[in-house]
Design a protein around this ligand. Structure first.
Ligand SMILES: Nc1ncnc2c1ncn2[C@@H]1O[C@H](COP(=O)(O)OP(=O)(O)OP(=O)(O)O)[C@@H](O)[C@H]1O
Ligand SMILES: [Mg+2]
Length: 504
């Protein structure tokens, strides 16, 4: 169905792809794996017409392709769910879905047939089990909802080759399972599926074949049945990865650093109360749209509650803005939405990481800014997180998705807040870096006695890090699991079942 011969692609200072030869057959789900910056997205952009300039050639059904644009790829039966969510925020869900086929929906009179558009969009929304009105504006929806809409959009193209670049990065397992059953159906119909994900359990669940690339070069291709987790990781990072239990956090003390009482905001969160202790990692778990991020935004002054109170270190406070949260109350927020909120894409890495420490160092050095100190601090975080950049002056928009996420984390680690709200910290980062970020979060709590709220849809991550988990459902906190690490057997299935009981 698709064959790559000697595909190569360079960017200034980087050989992103180098001599890739690969074949994809009809009716197979083929995983494309590799570390952040390995070249996965670049390869996808080459075969989908987004990068018309490259070395080598590729063929669809034996025909040599010379695609000029993504539209061209669509016309040849290739569609892509992109890693970066691509939407027009001002438009409705339906408009986003039919964006590239609007001409199919013109009535004889020349008018747009809105009824047909909504019906068409509705059909694909049903397919991904997204229960929203096609007329809803897409902008305010959550990252996961947007991701599901992108999937719906690609499905609506009826392509022979469907490429999914980290389609599950911000959705929960339940939603991913829906996607996998759709993928299996398409496979049975002879569609070729290429699937990129950093969640290895998904690879074993749904893929037939695995190809690993490293630094732009092919490392190997094999049947999933011939591989295990360790083997794949070794192929990806060239060494073994330890994924051990992190030990015990300090015993939760009496010291309450943050307390919320009865926080309510219409259609976002209802009557949420909780306490965050010093040195604790408190998990917020729940299905997408359950109200976790909404609550976080109220806590950091990005949105105002209709009622309820927030106290920091025992004193009731009103937080009016994000900068007030950081500089007056020591509360930082690592956003799930790195493109829109976490990073300034047109700035370089140095400026992005520097934003938060700048103020800090400014105070420390009596308003004089010590460039050397700042750069040293930034470089330290870049090295620790192994962020793949050509230099601190590289534009963030040119980094691979996972490396952008690492910059966003580095920025907040550098900020040194007492309370840190971390929203989906490892979305899109590779296994090696994920392990490192987990260790960092753990050390923040254990060694530095920081207090952390962890919002994550990744259950293994939640269980590994959080000692208490609050379960959110339909804008409310519906339950609490408070003995995660003290239980005799730290069994994911059991915890998953208990969370499930709250969610029914
Ligand atoms: N537009 C660009 N300009 C310059 N360099 C780029 C550009 N796009 C990608 N690169 C570089 O090419 C390399 C491969 O990036 P790519 O986005 O393909 O990685 P990836 O495997 O998709 O990683 P991730 O898992 O983080 O998404 C990286 O070193 C990246 O910095
Ligand atoms: Mg990528």
């Amino acid at each position: 169905m698709l064959e790559l011969q000697q595909i190569g692609k360079s960017f200034p200072g980087v050989r992103a792809l180098d001599g890739i030869n690969l074949q994809f057959r009809p009716g197979e789900i083929h995983a494309l794996l590799g570390e952040n910056g390995a070249g996965k997205s670049t390869m996808i952009k080459v075969v989908s017409g987004i990068y018309p300039e490259y070395d080598g050639e590729f063929f669809v059904n034996g025909d040599k392709m010379t695609l000029k644009s993504y539209q061209d790829a669509l016309d040849h039966g290739i569609s892509v769910v992109n890693q970066e969510i691509q939407i027009i925020p001002e438009s409705s869900v339906a408009e986003n879905i039919v964006m590239d086929k609007l001409s199919n929906f013109k009535k004889k009179s020349g008018r747009v047939d809105w009824k047909a558009i909504n019906a068409f969009a509705g059909k694909y929304l049903d397919m991904v089990e997204l229960d929203i009105d096609p007329n809803t504006p897409i902008g305010p929806l959550s990252a996961a909802q947007k991701q599901l809409i992108q999937i719906a959009k690609s499905l609506s193209c009826d392509s022979k080759i469907l490429i999914l670049d980290e389609p599950t990065s911000s959705v929960t397992r339940h939603e991913a399972a829906t996607l996998f059953s759709i993928m299996r159906k398409l496979k049975d119909q002879g569609v070729t599926l290429i699937f990129v994900s950093h969640k290895l359990e998904e690879i074993f669940e749904v893929c037939d074949l695995v190809t690993v690339i490293r630094d732009g070069r092919w490392v190997g291709t094999d049947l999933v049945g011939n591989l295990d987790r360790e083997k794949i990781i070794e192929m990806m990072i060239g060494r073994k990865c330890s994924n051990e239990y992190l030990g015990n956090l300090n015993k939760i003390g009496e010291d309450i650093v943050l307390e919320a009482k009865g926080i309510t905001k219409e259609s976002e969160i209802h009557d949420a109360s909780f306490e965050l202790h010093r040195g604790e990692i408190l998990g917020f778990y729940g299905l997408v749209g359950a109200g976790r991020t909404e609550l976080a935004k109220i806590l950091i002054g990005n949105s105002r509650a209709d009622s309820g109170t927030i106290s920091v270190e025992g004193k009731e406070v009103e937080i009016h803005s994000v900068s007030e949260a950081i500089y007056e109350h020591g509360i930082g927020y690592v956003s799930e939405n790195r493109k829109e909120e976490g990073l300034i894409l047109d700035f370089d890495v140095e400026q992005n990481i520097g934003i938060t420490i700048w103020n800090e160092l400014k105070h420390r050095f009596s308003r004089k800014i010590d460039d050397v100190a700042i750069r040293k601090e930034e470089q330290r975080h870049v090295d620790k997180l192994q962020i793949k950049i050509t230099g601190l002056d590289q534009m963030v928009k040119n980094l691979s998705g996972g490396n952008q996420q690492k910059v966003s984390i580095a920025k907040w680690l550098a900020a040194d807040c007492d309370i840190l709200i971390i929203d989906e910290p490892t979305v899109g980062v590779d296994v090696g870096a994920k392990e490192y970020i987990h260790q960092l979060i753990w050390d923040l709590a254990k060694v530095q006695n920081k207090s952390i709220i962890l919002i994550s849809s990744d259950l293994p991550e939640m269980i590994k890090l959080a000692r208490r988990i609050l379960v959110f459902k339909e804008h409310e906190i519906v339950g609490e699991l408070d003995d995660i690490h003290t239980r005799e057997s730290l069994c994911e299935d059991q915890i998953s079942r208990r969370i499930g009981e709250f969610l029914v």
